[in-house]
Design a protein around this ligand. Structure first.
Ligand SMILES: NC(=O)CC(=O)C(=O)O
Length: 293
């Protein structure tokens, strides 16, 4: 079996505490990413909306322009900060996500930027499934009031290590995208995400483990730390699941960094033991949208 992960990798997920001040958030992200790099992490992940509070009322205020790429520092301070932080840390950096304004279409997106250890942008993902839910008496949220959905699935090659699938938060509820990334060879599925205190206890860990067991890949879910004064309270519980769906590490709800050592053997062994990869009947479910009314 070909290697999915070419050499062992220490992964760090930063459960960052962010506030209203973007400049402070960026400099705080820098110090936590450098701390993770100092501990040996070579792939470091920040949470969804890591440089702002999370909420539809905040997206326009905090949005940055990313095109044409590279943007100027005025257009996107976060782009330049993340690029510099990745280079200083000498690590791959999944820059959580930030609200993006595409000036040509005047559309807003929830966008993740990924940088190499030299500080080059190597991938982006715009959240493809928007968080529009209504659970009476608990939580109503409608990202689509402000945001537009991205229209691409994202797999990024980290040259020394292999491929990662990248998606954002609500995207995890759609197993098709995860399976496509895994079948393209991703050893890890990364989700910066901000579940809340209603859906988090119900589904966060379940979905992380489900995507791991479906795909026999590592899964990383990276949340902001909970801010009890915020209008939207993130669940926290940043976690890393292995390809057998064991939770290798899980945070509580306050700021912290969690780590895991990822190896190719863990992927190869579970795929040998429970060989669903070769047992799949794609002849029976070529087009899963067929059942749609
Ligand atoms: N915030 C999200 O995008 C998703 C979420 O909280 C959920 O799916 O639950």
């Amino acid at each position: 079996m070909a290697a999915f992960l070419r050499k062992p990798l220490k992964l760090a997920l930063v459960q960052l505490a962010s506030g209203a001040d973007k400049t402070v958030n960026l400099s705080h992200a820098r110090s936590k990413v450098l701390e993770a790099a100092q501990a040996g992490a070579r792939l470091i992940v920040l949470p969804e909306c890591f440089n702002s509070p999370y909420g539809t009322q905040y997206f326009p205020k905090y949005a940055e322009t990313l095109h044409p790429s590279p943007p100027t520092k005025e257009q996107s301070p976060s782009y330049h900060a993340l690029s510099a932080i990745a280079a200083e840390a000498n690590a791959y950096l999944v820059g959580g996500s930030i609200p993006e304004l595409e000036t040509s279409s005047k559309k807003y997106y929830n966008t993740s930027l990924v940088f190499s250890p030299s500080g080059s942008l190597i991938g982006t993902h715009r959240k493809t499934h928007l968080f529009d839910i209504d659970i009476p008496g608990k939580i109503s949220f409608k990202e689509s009031d402000v945001l537009s959905p991205g229209d691409h699935l994202t797999v990024i090659d980290l040259p020394e290590y292999g491929k990662i699938g990248l998606a954002i938060c609500y995207d995890i509820r759609f197993p098709e995208a995860a399976m496509i990334a895994a079948r393209k060879g991703a050893f890890l599925l990364v989700y910066p995400g901000a579940f809340n205190t209603t859906t988090g206890p119900l589904h966060w860990s379940l979905l992380g483990r489900a995507r791991a067991v479906d795909n026999q890949s590592y899964v990383a879910l990276c949340s902001p730390a909970r801010d009890v004064n915020a209008s939207y309270q993130a669940y926290g519980h940043t976690l890393i699941a292995d390809p057998s769906a064991n939770i290798l590490s899980e945070a509580e709800d306050s700021e912290t960094i969690i780590y895991a050592d990822l190896s190719d053997e863990a992927i190869v062994n579970i795929r040998k033991g429970i060989p669903i990869y070769t047992q799949r009947r794609f002849d029976l479910y070529l087009d899963v949208s067929e059942g749609q009314n």
